[in-house]
Design a protein around this ligand. Structure first.
Ligand SMILES: Nc1ncnc2c1ncn2[C@@H]1O[C@H](COP(=O)(O)OP(=O)(O)O)[C@@H](O)[C@H]1O
Ligand SMILES: [Mg+2]
Length: 346
């Protein structure tokens, strides 16, 4: 079953007098993987919690399978929540339960499955995330990366149509971050769920999603096919993707205009470039591990992006045409031996 579309319109969330973000509008296409980027404190976690109705925005709507969860009854919300799997930032595992019981928890809470059926599902999900053999370990006995994977296994036991993942890379080294990135793509290939990942990890954003959005200064700066943000000339986007100090994002919050003009002058004069090596353009999106099913989202996305091409900036169009051309190459047209990577860039 393909994942569900999520349509967010004009969404605004405040705590008291503090507006976290305002007028956020975006559509998460069914079965595709999207990443929401943003510096720390821009309200990414608040957005994720709003999507499952743990927080209630003051204005706007969130349509999921025809239900506006901002306004629905608690009984309706309860039904909609069953469609979700969520991996919270801290993993939210129960410290006193081993990985088997942690993973089994939603099944025991929400279904009437027998223990033998529960065992089958739990072992299947633990295998999916590479934790077979670790089921008797306690969360405190395993690494951060394993805790993330256990949290993912638990998020998957109810066969979600929507998977929300908050900072899957937090606390992980770059190698473990790549492993979890690959795992998220493999999971998407296997269950075709709509996936939203909230993160400030640049490498993950460059390699995992079909679509990317970015929160900054209390608004959604942009949201769309990955090629749009990855080729964007928007100063805040470029600064973020390159992790430099030059740009609107400051140490704690935003910089003032005078500071930005001074820094740009320093760069122009060749005094410093404010950060690590500049990366331009697009690196290929991760494909499912050989042997995995093809990502069904790929063909759907291809059609969707073709239809919207003309409305996109030229740099994004060029990047999309490049990846479509690769898609049309005969080498990708079918008779590859099974087990070879089958998914394509777009
Ligand atoms: N339940 C809450 N009550 C009041 N303020 C909150 C609550 N949750 C988050 N915030 C505030 O919302 C802002 C955004 O937080 P968060 O979504 O955690 O940022 P991010 O995940 O992007 O780092 C922060 O200033 C935080 O203090
Ligand atoms: Mg957060």
């Amino acid at each position: 079953m393909a994942g569900l579309e999520i349509v967010v319109e004009g969404l605004t969330k405040s705590f008291g007098s503090q507006t976290i973000w305002a007028d956020v509008t975006l559509t998460l296409p069914p079965g595709e993987v999207s990443v929401l980027l943003g510096p720390s404190g821009t309200g990414k976690s608040v957005f994720l919690k709003s999507l499952i109705g743990l927080l209630t925005p003051e204005r706007g709507s969130i349509l999921i399978g025809g239900t506006d969860i901002v306004r629905c009854t608690s009984a309706e919300l309860y039904e909609v929540r069953k469609l979700f799997g969520v991996l919270f930032q801290d993993g939210a595992l129960f410290g006193s339960m081993n990985l088997f019981d942690n993973t089994a928890f939603p099944l025991r809470e929400h279904t009437k499955k027998s223990e033998s059926e529960i065992r089958r599902v739990v072992m299947e999900k633990l295998e999916l995330v590479g934790l077979l053999g670790a089921e008797l370990k306690l969360p405190g006995e395993i690494s951060g990366g394993m805790r993330k994977r256990a949290g993912l296994a638990r998020a998957l036991v109810l066969d979600p149509q929507i998977l929300l993942v908050d900072e899957p890379d937090s606390g992980l080294d770059p190698v473990r971050t790549t492993y979890i990135s690959q795992l998220l793509i493999d999971i998407n290939a296997q269950i075709d769920a709509t996936v939203l990942i909230v993160s400030h990890n640049i490498n993950l954003a460059r390699t995992v999603p079909d679509n990317i959005g970015m929160l900054f200064r209390r608004e959604l700066v942009m949201f769309g096919p990955r090629e749009v943000l990855l080729t964007s000339d928007e100063p805040v986007v470029k600064q973020f993707l390159n992790g430099t100090m030059i740009g609107p994002i400051g140490m704690s919050e935003e910089k003032d205009e005078a500071q930005m003009i001074h820094e740009q002058a320093m760069v122009d004069a060749g005094h410093h470039h404010g950060g690590v090596d500049h990366v331009e353009g697009i690196i290929p999106q991760l494909r499912p591990t050989p042997g995995m099913p093809i990502r069904q989202a790929v063909a759907r996305r291809q059609e969707r992006v073709r239809a919207m091409m003309r409305s996109l900036p030229l740099s994004a169009q060029t990047a999309i045409i490049d990846s479509l051309a690769e898609l049309d190459e005969p080498a990708h047209s079918g008779d590859e031996p099974s087990g070879s990577p089958q998914a394509v860039r777009i």
